[in-house]
Design a protein around this ligand. Structure first.
Ligand code: TEU
Ligand code: CA
Length: 555
């Protein structure tokens, strides 16, 4: 496979609202990001993925875009953006932006036109339907943010489709003119000098013609429309067309956020010969702790399922496509709280999880705060949460008579605001994120967990991430080596990577007690480990301490 710059790159995701506030209004901003570029340079990352910074009424924190070519005024100006781009490039850091084109804001100029009349030239940019003859909604699909996926608009007495919030009407990709406008917009950003796109729910843009009703799961209020829009009928055609018309003409990174994409789908999306996208974000490992009732139906973590899933992806995409690797983003709880131990073994388990992910094959993504082991937050009341997904879900479930204590616990475990609390820079008020009042409360553990402390401690999680990033930059084995799962006890995840006659063995313990693993290789050359001393080992066995991670090299 032809080598690409994004093969050995590590990406750092910034959620600008929560990163760093430079002017005391409680909201992170572009100047705040510029102030921290040296920090990111020290960490050693290659690319920043910026969550949306476009003009938006913030119904979904910028994932509802009012103007694709203006900057959100809370975040700064286009001049600030150009500064950020220049300053990042001057440090050898690339910038990838978010592309949110499954839907726009209902305040976008296209939608303002579209809703005016049935014969408006922009009518067909969105998905409009009349009610059925019996007065019911056009179909039975539910919105991903609760309630039905249809909203009545009085001007024309028709419904528009919104897979997400009412303020996020879905764009109609069947309309060629709309598609061309999107490609032209992408091209203008690329000409501005950005280095690629993370493409929001891009595998949802093609819907089954006729928008048929979907199956209703037992106990569900609405049909699961996903059957008619996840990896829909024209998705590969649209992606190829987009690639040919825009980013395919530039040497940039594209990553498609793709809920419901299987390994078979991912191979089609990322096969370099097909010219669609470079890599996808799979959701499969993020869904392992969800029961049949969906994300709020929380199951205990099961390491065996994680091993099976990662192994399936590592093996399937080898030499066929390209993986992206992530534990965290702005939609997911903090990994150290989710799959590790965020109390007694916070530092050990955060480093162990980092080792596991960063030595796999694919492009790793670090979500802001992950590099200092930030944890989930547990607000005591639902009013302290800001996320529209949480708020809508709460309202719907309370109306159905759900138990508020149990639901609040599910929010503590899975709510998106876990990832969105402001970055804890130091032990000062509000963790040094702002001199004003933060838009979302800071996690109360900021005095113990913060960047300043991490930078002072040579054994911190931060410096461990730095080392892992360096390993990827220095060793082709980490980038291109072939993966194999090693059979071990239940609480251990062990795998090897092999490249040009060299093999690395990665052992990761999820146990809270010592665990002995049998080994069949030399154990003298340790590449990295998360304890200050080497584990007790012979050529036959290694005794792993709680949440220990260790990597051996053999030739
Ligand atoms: O997320 C898509 C998505 O599927 C999530 O909404 C996910 O299903 C949810 O968090 C899990 O319950 C993308 C963005 O990352 C997210 O922030 C946006 O809210 C969403 O699209 C709509 O743009
Ligand atoms: Ca600000």
């Amino acid at each position: 496979m032809e080598q690409k710059w994004w093969h050995d790159s590590v990406v750092y995701q910034i959620y600008p609202r929560s990163f760093n506030d430079s002017n005391g209004d409680g909201i992170g901003d572009l100047v705040g990001i510029i102030e921290k570029l040296d920090y990111l340079k020290l960490l050693g990352i290659d690319v920043i993925w910026l969550s949306p910074v476009y003009d938006s009424p913030n119904d979904d924190n910028g994932y509802d875009i009012r103007d694709y070519e203006a900057i959100m005024h809370e975040f700064g100006t286009m001049n600030d953006f150009d500064q950020l781009l220049d300053q990042a490039h001057a440090r050898g850091i690339k910038i990838v932006m978010d592309l949110v084109v499954n839907h726009s804001s209902d305040e976008h100029a296209w939608f303002a036109e579209s809703r005016k009349s049935k014969d408006n030239p922009y009518r067909d940019y969105y998905i409009w339907r009349a009610a059925n003859d019996d007065g019911t909604l056009p179909n039975n699909w539910g919105s991903i943010f609760s309630g039905p996926a249809w909203e009545l608009d009085e001007a024309t007495n028709e419904y528009y489709l919104h897979l997400f919030s009412k303020k996020q009407p879905d764009l109609n990709w069947e309309n060629e003119q709309l598609r061309n406008e999107v490609y032209a917009m992408i091209t203008r950003w690329l000409d501005r000098g950005i280095d690629g796109f993370r493409m929001d729910v891009i595998n949802l843009i093609s819907k089954t013609p006729g928008l048929p009703d979907a199956d209703v799961a037992p106990g569900a209020l609405y049909g699961d429309g996903g059957q008619h829009y996840v990896n829909g009928p024209r998705i590969h055609e649209y992606l190829k067309e987009m690639n040919d018309a825009s980013f395919g003409n530039y040497d940039v990174l594209t990553v498609g956020e793709m809920p419901g994409a299987t390994t078979e789908d991912a191979i089609l999306y990322t096969d370099p010969a097909r010219d669609e996208v470079n890599m996808v974000f799979t959701f499969e490992h993020m869904d392992l702790d969800s029961g049949p009732g969906g994300k709020w139906d929380v199951l205990p973590f099961d390491l065996q399922k994680l091993k099976d899933n990662f192994t399936k992806w590592q093996v399937a995409l080898h030499d066929k496509g390209w993986n992206s690797l992530y534990w965290n983003n702005h939609d997911q709880p903090r990994v150290v709280s989710r799959f590790g131990n965020d109390t007694m073994y916070r530092v050990e388990s955060a480093k162990m999880l980092a080792t596991l992910l960063h030595l796999l094959k694919g492009t790793p993504y670090i979500y802001q705060g992950e590099e200092i082991g930030m944890t989930n937050v547990a607000f005591e009341t639902i009013e302290e949460y800001e996320d529209i997904e949480i708020r809508n879900m709460w309202q719907e479930r309370m109306a159905q008579g759900a138990n508020p204590e149990a639901l609040l616990q599910a929010v503590h475990k899975k709510g998106r605001d876990n990832a969105r609390t402001p970055i804890q820079w130091n032990a000062k008020q509000h963790g040094g994120f702002t001199t004003g009042t933060p838009w979302l409360k800071v996690n109360p553990n900021y005095r113990e967990i913060n960047v300043e402390r991490a930078l002072e401690d040579p054994n911190s999680i931060f410096y461990y991430y730095k080392k892992l990033i360096q390993l990827r930059h220095e060793h082709d084995l980490v980038v291109y080596g072939q993966y194999a799962l090693l059979e071990t006890a239940n609480d251990i995840y062990a795998y090897s990577r092999t490249y040009e006659g060299e093999t690395w063995y990665v052992y990761c313990s999820f146990a809270e007690e010592e665990t002995t693993v049998e080994v069949a290789h030399d154990t003298t050359d340790i590449i990295i480990g998360n304890y200050a001393t080497a584990p007790t080992n012979t050529d036959q066995e290694v005794v792993l301490r709680p949440y220990e991670a260790v990597v051996y090299r053999t030739e």
